[in-house]
Design a protein around this ligand. Structure first.
Ligand code: AHM
Ligand code: MG
Length: 347
């Protein structure tokens, strides 16, 4: 750090970081255009989230529902519009898939580029109005098919992502970005309006002391889920694990990445495919956690191997520190995977 008068005069901003990567790999600059659009959107969302109470932006958007039947909040709609507009005009995208849009958006030929971006513009909607941390999640694929892009071109397993990331609107705003190596974290410096590199090559601990799951659904859980959580609370030796559950996937996954542990949103008898959507929630988070050295499973397969049946399909997910996830998989093995809800993944 070249610190002069309290300011790093040689800071690594997110744009500088990507420019350097692009130069090293001989890229065309299109990914930088894409990232610039994402960063602009994230800055806009962060600012709106901070001012929402003053600007009368809490509450629902006139009774609207999104593609998967969730009630849309005013901030969901605003964030979606902002991201769609910025990405459409970045000249880097072939198609967009948003949690808030029923169908994929194919970009006009005149503005089209090579990336397919899947995103949840504002994740953790139930936490918006009470000021608990929320986030934005994104996943990036390259359009490789011949001819005009169609919605089917987004139905790709997470292993084919070329980048994934999230923004967390917490006590600070951060972007965690993962291209082909371990994730890097950039924190928004509000005094200059730039995301600055604060953590490079993030690695998750092999074992953590936190487990994170909505225990309100215990009565709907399958045997392996009950067994695993019970074992964490009542270990044969050592201290019980600590429970943490925010109810915003971005915040729960970020804590898991930084402190270690396990986060789960399993399928259960009232939600037989789980809740979290594969393309713009589960797959990007699984990609980030795996690149950090952790694991992400549905209970029967690696999340990144799941081929989506539809753009809004859901998937059960257990992710985090490798030893913690392996411990859960041992519970599945003990029962046999037939005892696991959501074993048959459908659209
Ligand atoms: P959303 O995309 O409508 O905000 O829903 C997804 C959120 C996740 O952030 C979080 O992990 C989950 O829903 C919490 O659900 P629940 O309240 O059932 O525990
Ligand atoms: Mg969401």
């Amino acid at each position: 750090m070249d610190n002069k008068g309290g300011m790093d005069v040689d800071m690594v901003t997110i744009t500088r970081f990507i420019n350097e990567q692009q130069r090293a790999s001989g890229g065309t600059g299109e990914f930088t255009q894409l990232l610039t659009a994402l960063v602009t959107s994230i800055k806009g969302i962060a600012n709106t989230v901070r001012r929402a109470g003053i600007a009368n932006l809490y509450g629902v958007a006139g009774g609207a529902q999104n593609a998967t039947g969730d009630e849309q909040k005013k901030l969901d709609v605003l964030s979606d519009e902002l991201m769609c507009n910025m990405l459409k005009t970045s000249y880097s995208c072939a198609m967009l898939v948003s949690e808030e849009q029923e169908h994929a958006i194919v970009i006009d030929t005149g503005k089209a580029g090579k990336y397919i971006v899947c995103f949840d513009p504002l994740d953790g909607s139930s936490n918006i109005d009470c000021l608990v941390s929320i986030g934005t999640i994104f996943s990036v694929f390259k359009h490789t098919g011949e001819g005009p892009v169609t919605q089917a071109d987004a139905l790709r397993p997470g292993t084919e992502q070329v980048a994934a990331g999230y923004a967390l609107y917490g006590s600070a705003t951060v972007i965690v970005l993962c291209t082909d190596s371990a994730p890097n974290m950039f924190m928004l410096d509000p005094s200059i309006g730039e995301f600055v590199l604060t953590d490079e090559n993030m690695k998750i601990k092999p074992k953590g002391k936190y487990y994170s799951i909505n225990e309100g659904y215990t009565k709907f859980w399958d045997g392996p889920t009950k067994d695993y959580v019970n074992a964490r609370k009542n270990p044969e030796s050592g201290s019980p694990a600590n429970a943490r559950y925010i109810g915003s996937m971005v915040a729960d996954v970020h804590r898991t990445l930084v402190y270690g542990g396990i986060f789960a949103y399993p399928a259960h008898s009232k939600s037989t495919k789980g809740k979290l959507r594969l393309l713009y929630e589960a797959a990007p988070m699984a990609y980030i956690i795996e690149k950090a050295g952790g694991l992400a499973t549905t209970g029967t397969q690696r999340v990144l191997d799941v081929v989506p049946q539809s753009i809004h399909c859901r998937v059960p997910i257990w992710l985090g520190s490798s030893e913690d996830v392996e411990e859960f998989l041992k519970c599945v093995e003990k029962y046999g995977s037939d005892h696991l809800q959501g074993t048959k993944l459908e659209a």
